[in-house]
Design a protein around this ligand. Structure first.
Ligand SMILES: Cc1cc2nc3c(=O)[nH]c(=O)nc-3n(C[C@H](O)[C@H](O)[C@H](O)COP(=O)(O)OP(=O)(O)OC[C@H]3O[C@@H](n4cnc5c(N)ncnc54)[C@H](O)[C@@H]3O)c2cc1C
Length: 375
């Protein structure tokens, strides 16, 4: 068994790390404070090829695997959890989703712009009355008249919505659930940016569709195929997004170690106190275990397994770990951790999102248990 990452994954990791250190680190606190998405940095990511890691070279991408994309997400999230979230939603939930499911014409139309960063993508599933039960509670409807499809309804909590120009939208007609590729110019409205406790700078918004009309060429994979698209993509989504909280957790641990080596109380470095050492040992162990599971889940997606237990376990483990590590790191910083002068409170606010977004911890537990009971 080889625990080393493949050579090309290491090369991408190092490139993303260097870029993030130089371009994201200096503005990470400002992104959070101003709740402002760094568009220029995002476009630079596109120029460097960071936005199309899993997309084939034919469409401007790098043709790499989910593990590599996950490792890149860990690096970005180490410096800014919120930019990592927007990156994950754009890259995996939209661009990779289109790459997997779109026809040639749709791929040619949308992928180059998404890969270059000229266009930002949003995946639109959740509604005000349809969160965990996203399909069962869905009210966004489409109707077919002649060759035209008309979409009416609304979505909420959609990452990147306020800035996006490509929207992958799920809608229903009776018992038929269909995915549409919509453009802002089709008349998609994004009336509200939602204020959040964390992940500030990753714009989250509401979307309204009022008689939005498109042709059948905007349907992804065929009418009535939404369920397949959603369920076939979940392993990749969960396995890649798990690396977001791992990046946040790794940063919080690094900060905690540095502080433990500097801060003195009772005439000693606080790192000399066994209660602090116990925290560091526990944080390190949880992080390494979460990352190993994430590597395994991401590698299994490449082998196209249909069992959802590894990917769901990976994102559950990673997100709970990030919340725990961020909280313990804040505790190690004492009163300073609780202030806005240090980034610990940001790490905790950002980490908590991953226990809710892209499916809650509770739903992940249900998914894992159901898969186990089926075995
Ligand atoms: C910052 C952010 C970004 C997001 N980005 C996107 C995006 O890009 N696209 C998108 O479509 N959505 C997005 N979401 C939505 C996210 O996927 C939902 O918030 C999530 O699925 C939960 O839905 P809900 O908020 O309606 O909670 P609810 O489903 O109402 O759940 C409320 C509580 O009940 C629990 N619960 C629900 N059902 C069960 C059950 N059967 N058993 C036990 N407990 C249960 C939940 O775990 C939770 O604790 C985002 C959310 C946030 C906060």
């Amino acid at each position: 068994m080889d625990f080393n990452l493949p050579e090309n994954t290491v090369a991408i990791r190092d490139m993303v790390r260097e870029f993030s250190q130089k371009k994201i680190e200096p503005i990470a606190a400002k992104i959070d404070k101003d709740d402002d998405f760094p568009m220029e940095v995002f476009r630079e990511m596109g120029k460097l090829g960071m936005l199309g890691l899993t997309i084939s070279q034919e469409y401007g991408g790098a043709g790499l695997d989910y593990l590599t994309e996950g490792v890149a997400l860990e690096e970005i999230s180490y410096f800014s959890g919120s930019l990592g979230l927007s990156y994950g939603a754009h890259n995996n939930l939209v661009a990779d989703n289109l790459f997997r499911n779109a026809n040639k014409e749709q791929r040619e139309k949308y992928l180059p712009g998404l890969v270059s960063g000229e266009k930002i993508g949003s995946l639109c599933l959740t509604e005000s009355g349809a969160g965990s039960d996203a399909l069962g509670g869905m009210r966004t409807k489409y109707e077919k008249e002649g060759e035209k499809y008309t979409i009416n309804g609304s979505k909420t909590f959609i990452t990147n919505a306020p800035l996006a120009s490509v929207f992958l939208v799920y809608a229903k007609n009776g018992k038929s659930y269909t995915a549409f590729i919509l453009e802002r110019d089709d008349g998609v409205e994004t009336p509200k940016k939602i204020k959040k406790m964390g992940m500030r700078g990753s714009p989250t918004g509401e979307i309204v569709f009022r008689n939005v009309q498109v042709g059948g060429n905007r349907i992804l994979k065929g009418e009535g195929q939404a369920r397949n698209i959603i369920y076939n993509g979940l392993n990749a989504e969960r396995a890649v997004l798990a690396f977001g909280p791992i990046g946040i957790a790794r940063r919080a641990l690094d900060e905690a170690i540095n502080y433990s080596n500097q801060r003195e109380q009772f005439g000693r470095k606080i790192g000399e106190f066994e209660l602090i050492q116990e925290k560091l040992a526990y944080m390190f162990t949880r992080l390494e275990a979460a990352r190993l599971l994430a590597y395994k889940a991401a590698s299994l997606v490449g082998e196209t397994i249909s069992d959802p237990s590894y990917a769901a376990a990976s994102i559950m483990m990673a997100s709970e770990t990030a919340t725990q590590i961020a909280k313990e790191a804040l505790q190690i910083f004492g009163g300073y951790g609780y202030t806005e002068d240090y980034p610990l409170e940001r790490y905790l606010r950002d980490a908590i999102l991953y226990e809710i977004g892209a499916g809650t911890t509770e739903i992940r537990k249900i998914v894992i248990a159901k898969a186990l009971l089926k075995r």
